[in-house]
Design a protein around this ligand. Structure first.
Ligand code: FAD
Length: 384
């Protein structure tokens, strides 16, 4: 058996997990090559901790990709410019690479420019720099209207905007300015985390209302005026003093250019194997679209990217060893929803449930919040 090359495109959560799992499963004659533009890895969930000041510097949660070489994982720091899925080649800013297998883990690209005024007016929760700016603004905030706006669906981490609202509420309360403040969430969704089902969504609305946080459903933001501090939606307008934004998402350009995406705008994959329609080419995580029996798509979340990476790694290792596939992705997932005061609720269930996902929500506790922090330590174990 000659050595194979497995090219992993993207060194975010899915790519890093796939690389670590493949290295454990494949003997050293097989090359694991990861292509990622950034020199550091970090988890996006840390943006919430940067926003509250629980974490002061973005560097604290970061890990250096150069250290992957200690685990015999080759890292190429480069921009992926073009992908030829049939030939399994990738053109990058530092040359063309060829693999026997491709694992696409390029995540979702944010494009705030799709909403006029968004980039100028909204502090972007989905970038660490934006999360730090939110913290600075909250530290100076003396009262007024805080609006959390979800620009478009789908977006990564369905709970994140709601967590941001809960955390802002808790922070302003601790700072003694809550009474002089309003907090509101505007979203195109009909309920928070709609794929988890109406019961979970209604419970989250109840939790928002219990804390005096307004919930404005089915609101598509058309335009934001940074000078007037107003956001125009299809159905109504709102004023804001502080605008926290979740920008529009789309599949990264090389995936669109390679025609790997479909009408959903994302890369369609087989729901249990994560295969694309090209032999030996898999896609995982936020870049993919998996239509559920209920008609909606699997949410974009790290918990799914992580498990999908392990499934793909096991099955590539099995194929290389001449064995049948070992593992299937079964659509189970969970999430911790921070509500402030060091508490988090816990939602978990089977998103592949027929006819609809079966997801339950456990009330907030300090234990769930501690478990969420454990996730970061577990992911960082690759660097130990
Ligand atoms: C604020 C926030 C909180 C979150 N909290 C949670 C949570 O609590 N639980 C949970 O399960 N999920 C959470 N998520 C979602 C989670 O971060 C994502 O679902 C997960 O990171 C997706 O993994 P991925 O590998 O598909 O993409 P990513 O982790 O985004 O990785 C994609 C990688 O590809 C690289 N890349 C893209 N294009 C190119 C290119 N052309 N050339 C080179 N490199 C490229 C990017 O630099 C990036 O490193 C959160 C997200 C946010 C924003």
């Amino acid at each position: 058996m000659s050595g194979k090359t497995i090219l992993i495109l993207g060194g975010g959560l899915g790519g890093i997990t796939a690389a670590g799992a493949l290295r454990r499963l494949c003997s050293p004659e097989h090359r694991i090559v990861l292509v990622e533009r950034n020199a550091k890895f970090s988890l996006c969930m840390a943006n919430l901790w940067l926003m509250t000041g629980e974490r002061r510097r973005s560097e604290e949660g970061e890990r250096d990709l150069t250290r992957l070489s200690e685990r015999c994982i080759e890292w190429t720091q480069a921009e992926i410019e073009a992908i030829d899925p049939a030939a399994k080649t990738v053109r990058t800013s530092s040359g063309t690479l060829a693999g026997d297998y491709l694992v696409i883990a390029l995540g979702a690209e944010r494009h705030p420019e799709a909403v006029p005024g968004f980039a100028e007016a909204a502090l972007d929760l989905y970038r660490s720099a934006g999360a730090l700016r939110i913290r600075e603004s909250l530290e100076r905030f003396t009262g007024g209207r805080v609006v959390v706006v979800v620009a478009r669906t789908p977006f990564s981490c369905p709970s994140a905007p709601y967590e941001a609202a809960f955390l802002v509420e808790s922070l302003l309360r601790r700072r003694g300015v809550r009474e002089r403040s309003e907090i509101a969430v505007y979203t195109p969704e009909d309920l928070p985390m709609p794929v988890a089902g109406a019961e979970v969504g209604k419970e989250l609305v109840r939790m928002l209302e219990a804390r005096g946080i307004e919930f404005h459903a089915e609101q598509i933001v058309m335009k934001i005026d940074p000078a007037a501090r107003t956001a125009r939606f299809e159905l109504e307008d709102t004023k804001f003093d502080l605008l926290i934004g979740v920008p529009p998402h789309r599949a990264p350009e090389p995936l669109r250019a390679a025609k790997l995406t479909d009408a959903s705008g994302w890369v369609p994959v087989d729901a249990s194997s994560l295969r694309t329609r090209h032999a030996g080419v898999y896609a995982i995580g936020d870049a993919t679209s998996i239509r559920l029996p209920v008609g909606m798509f699997l949410p974009k979340a790290g918990v799914f990217a992580d498990e999908q990476a392990r499934v793909v790694a096991e099955n590539i290792a099995a194929e290389i060893a001449g064995e049948p596939p070992r593992r299937r992705f079964d659509g189970h997932g969970f999430c911790y929803i921070e509500v402030g005061d060091h508490m988090a609720a816990y939602g978990a269930g089977n998103f592949y449930g027929i006819p609809a996902p079966t997801v339950s929500l456990e009330p907030p506790s300090a234990r769930f919040c501690a478990e969420k922090h454990e996730i970061e330590r577990a992911v960082q174990a690759l660097w130990m």
